[in-house]
Every structure is written in C-alpha cells, then in structure tokens.
Ligand binder design. Structure first.
Ligand code: HEC
Ligand code: HEC
Length: 303
C-alpha cells in the first residue's frame, strides 16, 4: 500500500513538473500584430450579431447579488457546475479593473481563438474556446469591437472552485491531449453540389461547429472531457441530462423547413417543444439569427 502511494505521489509530482516545463515553452501562437481594435458602427453592429450567434449571453449574462439575472448586460457571475468543479463566468464588459478595459486586439485574438489569457495562462474549457478556435480573425475582432463598445460595469466574480489538482497548469496537458485525441471533424462537402449549396453548407458548419458551438453539448466526450470528433453530434450526457443526437441519422425525419422552425420556436417535427438548456440556446441565439444563417444551419444539419 505504502509503495503504491509513493508511486502515485511520484507520478503526480512528475506530471506537475512536466506541466510546468511544457507551460514555459508553450507561448501562445503568433497572431496578426497589425490587428487593431475597431470602433466603427459597422464593426460594432457585426460584433453584436456575432455575440448573439456565438451564444455568449447564455453564460456571460449578469447575475446580480440577489440572484436575479439580466441578459442585456455581460458582467458575468453565472456559476457553471460540472464534475470538474464550479466555474464563475467572468465580466466581459470593458471595465478597467474588473473587466476587459485594458485589452488590445491581440489579447482578444489569443483569448477567443487559443483560450489563453493576456498573462499567457490557459482558460478552463468551461469557456468553449476550442469551438471558437475556428473563428475568422475578422469575426473575433468584430466581437471585440462590440464588447469594447458596451458600458463598463464594475463587477468582480468569485474565484472558480475546482479539485486541487485541476489548476491552470493541468490545462497545458489537456490542450496537448486535445490536439492528439480530438481527431478530424467529418468532411462537409457533398459530391456534385452547386457552389451556392456548398457555400451554404460551409456557412452552416461554421455556425454549428464554431460560433454556435453546438458540439460542446451534443458531441460525446472521452473521460478527459475531450470531444470524439469522429462521432460528432451523436449525443452526450451532461450530469444526469441526456442530450439527444443531432447527426444526420437522428435527424432523418427532419426537413430544412422543420429544422428552421425549430431554430425559431424550439418546436420539433412531432410538435413537442424542446426543454432544458436548449431553451436558452433557442431564445438567446438561434431565434435571433438572420434568415440566411438559420437556413445555413438547417441545410448543414439535414444534409
Ligand atoms: C458555456 C459558457 C460560455 C460561453 C458560451 C462563452 N463563455 Fe466566455 N467564458 C466562460 C468561462 C467559464 C470563462 C472563464 C474561463 C477561465 O477562467 O478559465 C470565460 C472567459 C471568457 C473571456 C476571458 C475573460 C477574462 O477575464 O480573462 C472572454 C474574453 C470571453 N469569455 C468571451 C466570450 C465570448 C465573446 C463568447 C461568445 C462568442 C463567450 N465568451 C462564450 C464561459 C463561456
Ligand atoms: C448548452 C448545451 C447545448 C447547446 C450549446 C446546444 N444544445 Fe441542442 N440540446 C441541448 C439539450 C439539453 C437538448 C435536449 C433538451 C430536452 O430535454 O428537450 C437539446 C436538444 C436539441 C435538439 C432536439 C433533438 C431531438 O431530437 O429532440 C436539436 C435539434 C438541437 N438541440 C440542436 C442544437 C443546435 C443546432 C445547436 C447549436 C446552434 C445546439 N443544439 C446547441 C443542449 C444544447
């Protein structure tokens, strides 16, 4: 027994030291140094739309001290709980002390697309940055433009509560394992389609996989919480909640029109209404998409 404990301790220390070593060698990937924060009305309007399509408000909404919530303010405070701990969603208004007031364009690119904070540490994947990693720089910068245009709100959210071993060092390893085990996403192209249709599918894939991060809930994960991309959208469990598959097999009975209606109302082809967390996704995200973007999502999921 003693021997075992000792061995466990040694492996643990090795992992921690290794993590620290890898950490110091993994600087964020270089980003466009000429990128600037935009403040034009066009960039801000595009950013507002992308923040909606990205479902940011579902997590970053304001939670007031009395527990009431406000989805028109992104000052954070919402608690996300999972088997890995409780994560308090941060304030992303441009307050200089408690929000993003001091961020530049590069900070936004690195945070949204690489999951790294301005001090270089990794974010917990409770922030779905592995999905947002595929955002275009232009979209990430428009999102930044919108966030920086918001009224700064001074609000400090509580510290995350995680198991002691789950510190930010451990995420260096997690991100490396993700690259290794995540694998390839299934191809989206369908042979013999017109270019317009192919473009529609590509837009739908971008909305589903990246901005809308549908896979964060609907794609199964391994024991390390890494999604199994080969089984994309084949359903998952979140605590006690069963999340249905939304791959082409599962949606065989759905048409573009019925999927489109679902994205607006949450009503399925059998006239049942969806429940759970999906209600939030419909209310704050998909029902507010443009007609073109809803069509793109519907085309992608019913292809
Ligand atoms: C599923 C919940 C969730 C969604 C959706 C989400 N976030 Fe977050 N976000 C988080 C959590 C949790 C953190 C904190 C991660 C950490 O501390 O490691 C975070 C951190 C951030 C940070 C870093 C803040 C800081 O103080 O360092 C930014 C910027 C951010 N999110 C922007 C966004 C944007 C923009 C969107 C939408 C495109 C978005 N988030 C969607 C949960 C979410
Ligand atoms: C925060 C987690 C979460 C995200 C993100 C999410 N979903 Fe869901 N989704 C759920 C849950 C939970 C259910 C089951 C709800 C219920 O019990 O009725 C569901 C149900 C569904 C259903 C109904 C399936 C069926 O056969 O009943 C569809 C379709 C769907 N989601 C599509 C999407 C699309 C498209 C996206 C991305 C734009 C998305 N979901 C993003 C959690 C999520």
């Amino acid at each position: 027994m003693r021997q075992l404990q000792k061995r466990a301790l040694i492996s643990l220390v090795t992992v921690l030291i290794l993590g620290a070593v890898i950490w110091s060698f993994t600087a964020p990937h270089p980003v466009d140094q000429s990128a600037q924060l935009l403040a034009t009305p066009e960039a801000i309007a595009r950013g507002e739309y992308l923040v909606t399509a990205g479902g940011c408000v579902s997590c970053h909404l304001a939670v007031n001290d009395d527990g009431s919530t406000d989805t028109s303010v992104l000052s954070g405070g919402h608690a996300l709980t999972s088997e890995f701990g409780t994560f308090y969603v941060p304030n992303i208004t441009p307050d200089k002390e408690t929000g993003l007031g001091n961020w530049d364009a590069q900070d936004f690119l690195i945070a949204l697309k690489q999951g790294r904070s301005p001090d270089g540490s990794f974010y917990y994947p409770a922030f779905p940055y592995r999905s947002y990693a595929g955002l275009s720089d232009e979209d990430a910068l428009d999102i930044a433009a919108y966030l920086m245009s918001l009224e700064p709100i001074e609000k400090t959210v509580p510290e995350h509560e995680t198991a002691w071993w789950l510190n930010r060092f451990a995420l260096v390893g997690w991100n490396l394992l993700f690259d290794f085990f995540g694998g390839e996403l299934p191809a989206v192209e369908v042979d013999g389609l017109e270019k317009d249709e192919q473009d529609l599918l590509a837009r739908g894939a971008y909305l589903a996989r990246n901005l809308g991060h549908c896979g964060e809930c609907h794609t199964p994960r391994n024991g390390l919480g890494i999604p199994k991309f080969a089984e994309e959208f084949s359903g998952a469990t979140l605590g006690d909640e069963v999340i249905e598959a939304i791959n082409s097999e599962a949606l065989a009975e759905w048409t573009r029109d019925s999927f489109d209606l679902f994205l607006i109302l949450g009503m399925k082809p059998d006239a049942e209404f969806v429940g759970g967390d999906m209600n939030d996704v419909i209310e704050h995200n998909t029902s507010r998409l443009s007609d073109e973007d809803r069509l793109a999502l519907a085309a992608f999921f019913t292809r």
